[in-house]
Write a protein that binds this ligand. Structure first.
Ligand code: ZN
Ligand code: ZN
Length: 208
């Protein structure tokens, strides 16, 4: 049998992000996050318009009305006692808190400092515009396999199922270069394809 070659362009992940299926925060049904990108500013665009709408319960939000996702707290302050510079970032959380107790490594005095919170868009199965949990996600061992939509799913499926994956055209933000090793690993190939099939069935069942 001849080997199949992955020949699709090296799209950045943001390329697939104009139509995302999220989990509705009200009814948990599929919720459409539609975004118009002005251009593909990488890794995520800053100039865009976005709205979410749940076809099941009618839940609607527009850009910047609400963030449902993870936040990361940052602390950048001078120690109140010795003036040593303190830099600290929290783990991403959905429940931000106001203050954090930090022990200065220089003078050992522990004190509460106010945190500044930022939207966290790192490696979580959430959409980058509202932070919704993605509707298309499935556990694979200790990991979560996720896709934004049907086109994203097909692209990933083609990549995973191909035997030859040349990476000449890869760039820092391409979807392929950002795939974790457990997805790229040849020994997980059949497992990943099976899981992608589960997501595809979910889409078909829901009529998308
Ligand atoms: Zn809903
Ligand atoms: Zn100190």
């Amino acid at each position: 049998m001849s080997k199949t070659r992955f020949t699709k362009p090296m799209y950045p992940t943001v390329y697939f992000s104009e139509n995302i299926l999220g989990k509705c925060p009200k009814c948990e049904g599929p919720c459409f996050v539609k975004t118009k990108l002005s251009k593909y500013t990488l890794p995520f665009p800053s100039d865009y318009s976005s709205s979410l709408h749940c076809q099941q319960c009618g839940f609607t939000k527009n850009k910047d009305e609400k963030w449902f996702g993870y936040c990361q707290g940052l602390l950048k302050i001078h120690c109140g006692f010795c003036g040593n510079k303190l830099l600290y970032s929290t783990k991403p959380t959905k429940k931000p808190y106001k203050k954090l107790s930090v022990k200065c490594p220089k003078c050992n005095v522990e004190k509460c400092y106010p945190l500044t919170w930022y939207r966290y868009k790192g490696n979580k199965p959430t959409d980058p515009y509202f932070g919704l949990e993605l509707w298309l996600q499935v556990p694979v061992k200790d990991h979560i396999l996720w896709v934004y939509n049907d086109a994203h799913l097909k692209y990933l499926k083609e990549y995973v199922s191909s035997d030859l994956r040349e990476d000449d055209a890869r760039h820092k933000y391409s979807l392929v270069s950002n795939l974790p090793q457990w997805i790229k690993s040849a020994k997980n190939k059949n497992l990943i394809l099976k899981k992608l099939d589960i997501l595809e069935e979910k889409l078909i069942k829901a009529g998308y």
